[in-house]
Design a protein around this ligand. Sequence first.
Ligand SMILES: [Zn+2]
Length: 402
Amino acid sequence: MKTLRLYYEYGSGEPLTAEILEVRPRADAAVAVILDKTIFYPEGGGQSADRGTINGQPLLDVREQEGGIFHILQAAAPLRPGPAELRLDAKRRQDMTVQHTAQHLLSGTLLRLTGACTQSIHLGEERATIDVDAPELTPQTLLMAEEAVQDAIEEDAPLIIHHCPPERLEDFPLRKRPPQGEEVIRVVEIQGKDFSPCCGTHLRATGKIGMLRILGAEKYKGMTRIAFIAGRRVLRDSRLLRQNGELISRSLKIPVEETGKGVLALLEKLSTQEKRLKDLEEADALHEAAALIVRAGPGSGADVYQELFPHKTMEELLRIGRAAQKTIPHILVLAAAGELKFAAFTSRKDADIRPLLKTALEQCKGRGGGGPSFFQGSFSDPADLSAFLNALPKTLPQGTAD
Ligand SMILES: [Zn+2]
């Protein structure tokens, strides 16, 4: 069943009546609708399929297979053979058409300026990319290409569609190889600038692209992948960048033009302050460790010293414990009341603190793990943490540590 293709002429959101010839069930809980004529572009040539509705039911996809055009809709869509109202998502189509035409212009411009040939394209919903067969393109080259594209946009060069039999193709300096096995090849010309075989939708002239911005370039499989936006996408991008720039400008009280430098200076300041804070925390930990050593009483004869800290974090206790254990031979068990956690330390090479802690943990419903000289654990109830600390012996049983 041959479907009449109206999508090249038809780009508006006005409804059009067509005839549903067949509704075919598919394996993936969808149906394929075949129409006598269609305004929907099927996916192809790097351009994604149109969106819109058939009798108010949203189109999920449009595919061209074995010469037929299949409109994919949800299986639950109540569609039957007979007359149907087609409505195109014209805004999306216009956006895709702008991106596609911009892609022709960018590919043609890069070929002319650098000799780099476009090998593949992807026109995404947010940004488009092209892969060109150059291992690297400098920022200056990309800037030059962007300016040359803008010149061509401002010239408002017309696009001309040629329908050409394969044997006449030498008439055109084609940028890429034409498809094989076609009776007629559709050649899209940007007047005198670029000739490319293409089945997609295009603007009538370059002026409607408005503007093209290259977002960046990266190495990709020995080629260069260039990302770009065109048309209203540039306006939206500019608006977003301006909003962000003004937010930073107001926050840092610097002109919007200097926000980049301002943020870098801020990060540098932050890094210096973080280092200073770390030094202060270490100095504080040494001070706290000295006080802890006095409380533990190095000459007391006890092997184990435990303490519950009501206001300190585990991060602070880890610093204090590490500093203190270098000076005293005790097994230190320091607990943070707020976090219901503890850490145990010792610098004694002959000791294994695990059996001692594991026994007390099992008695008091705690969890934990570690090695012979460092161990951490946690509780879900403050009473269990207190009981655990009380359950720890003051001195090690004979044979455990010696
Ligand atoms: Zn095209």
